[in-house]
Design a protein around this ligand. Structure first.
Ligand SMILES: N=c1c2ncn([C@@H]3O[C@H](COP(=O)(O)OP(=O)(O)OP(=O)(O)O)[C@@H](O)[C@H]3O)c2ncn1[C@@H]1O[C@H](COP(=O)(O)O)[C@@H](O)[C@H]1O
Length: 106
């Protein structure tokens, strides 16, 4: 998963300055951060709708759209994917420590 998302992150960063006629990333980027953020919101809502309809193929497709648009937004903010993944790792470490503390017999 890390490799796929890192590859996509790299492609998105390369495509931001491409010809908008040939690139969706360049087109969306040119519309500005508010539009990119709006797309993230739309894809999140579509993911929720698919989930609540128990539409599993739909949820897969909408989740892919959501992750893609989130990466476009992070690139626009110049936040690396690693910064987000490191935060998740940090939380996992924190909750791992908390779980261990709750089981003193381990
Ligand atoms: N993964 C994606 C990807 N997922 C979704 N999309 C696009 O996201 C859009 C979402 O569809 P919507 O119907 O919601 O939006 P829309 O009607 O096209 O746009 P709006 O008018 O709503 O803004 C579609 O146009 C999809 O093609 C993607 N476009 C590109 N990629 C990847 O990004 C890379 C760079 O793409 P380009 O910038 O086009 O070269 C490609 O190699 C792909 O791997």
């Amino acid at each position: 998963m890390r490799a796929t998302l890192h590859q996509l992150e790299q492609t998105i960063r390369q495509r931001r300055d491409a010809d908008p006629a040939a690139s969706y990333v360049a087109r969306l980027t040119a519309k500005g951060r508010a539009k990119i953020a709006q797309k993230v919101g739309e894809e999140a809502v579509e993911t929720v709708i698919a989930a609540m309809s128990d539409d599993r193929p739909g949820a897969v497709g909408e989740s892919a759209d959501l992750l893609f648009h989130l990466l476009v937004l992070l690139a626009d903010l110049d936040i690396s994917l690693d910064a987000v993944l490191d935060e998740l790792d940090r939380r996992e470490g924190v909750s791992g420590i908390a779980e261990k503390a709750a089981r003193p017999q381990d």
